[in-house]
Design a protein around this ligand. Structure first.
Ligand code: 3PG
Length: 307
């Protein structure tokens, strides 16, 4: 029987990406099924019953989903962060989980700057704003997205600093930034902080009052990573205390209403959309499809993220 590949994306890919995935999958004689904007976990659970492979985005691949997918062999998160996949459940069910690192990173970095300029120019309301040139930006985690942020920041004439506990000074310098040796040092130094850390047990709520209060006057926190890494209550406390501090993110915080008193100092896109470009959808979606084919045809597990 033909292998069945499911694209399950509550936030759909651009049509051009779905067409590209279809070509790759069908050229192998596999069948493609597309489930978009499905809304509820129940709909997702129903759709996975007989699939051999899945491509998802931020969709929640919980234990229930993995266990309901009796034929599933491989699940690919078309994107970088895989905090939405229950990796233990995958391992327990013999399912290989993968991501597609780097494929959507330019899109995320470009949106970070789109939001930074939007904020610096007062939401384009005609009032005098400020420029990014000459400002210091601290990139928190200098991986694929972080390095794209560094590259674009240089085009703006910003000074680029980076902190990444998994990189040496030499690696950070070679990738174009000034190495910082702790988050504390970087937050004390930089006017802008751009977050690119994954959401893990260690990083959740790690961006807290202690760290943020180190930022200089006029500090701006830019979050295109995950809302979970922010200690939201402590961010709200800081913003209440410091009328100079601003927060911009490509996802609304859990308690967005608490930011209402800080009008003019925060901005959130309504849906997580850093990676929402045709290019990123094509890059990540097609990479996912190719990884599925390579897995079934050659046992290729290069991008496996579970044990
Ligand atoms: C990622 O982890 O790759 C980004 O956050 C993009 O997520 P998305 O595919 O849900 O837009």
């Amino acid at each position: 029987m033909a292998k069945k590949v499911l694209i399950a994306t509550d936030k759909p890919f651009a049509a051009v990406a779905v067409n590209g995935i279809r070509e790759i999958v069908e050229s192998q004689g596999y069948e493609l099924v597309v489930l978009e904007k499905y809304g509820t976990q129940e709909a997702l659970i129903d759709a996975v019953a007989d699939v051999d492979a899945m491509i998802i985005r931020s969709d929640k691949a919980t234990k229930e989903v993995i266990e309901a997918a009796k034929n599933l062999k491989v699940i690919v998160r078309a994107g970088a962060g895989y905090d939405n996949i229950d990796l233990q459940a995958c391992t327990d069910s013999g399912v290989v989980a993968m991501n597609t690192p780097g494929q959507n990173s330019n899109a995320v970095a470009e949106l970070a700057f789109g939001m930074m300029v939007y904020m610096a120019r007062n939401f384009y309301n005609g009032k005098s704003g400020h420029e990014l040139k000459g400002r210091k930006i601290g990139v928190h985690a200098y991986g694929n997205v972080g390095q794209n942020v560094g590259r674009i920041a240089k085009g703006f004439g910003m000074e680029v600093y980076a902190f990444d506990p998994f990189m040496t000074d030499e690696q950070i310098k070679a990738a174009g930034a000034i190495p910082m040796h702790s988050a504390e040092e970087m937050y004390s130094t930089c006017d802008y902080i751009s977050l690119h850390i994954p959401a893990t047990e260690k990083t959740k709520k790690s961006i807290n009052y202690e760290l943020l209060s180190r930022m200089p006057k006029g500090g701006v926190l830019v979050n295109t990573a995950r809302k979970e890494v922010i200690n939201e209550a402590e961010l709200v406390k800081l913003m209440a205390e410091r009328s100079d501090f601003k927060y911009i993110a490509d996802i609304a915080p859990d308690n967005a209403a608490e930011f209402a008193p800080f009008e003019g100092r925060y901005f959130f896109t309504p849906k997580k959309m850093g990676a929402q470009t045709e290019e990123a959808n094509v890059n990540a979606g097609l990479a996912a499809a190719r990884q599925i084919v390579a897995f079934f045809e050659n046992g290729d597990c290069k991008f496996k993220v579970n044990k």
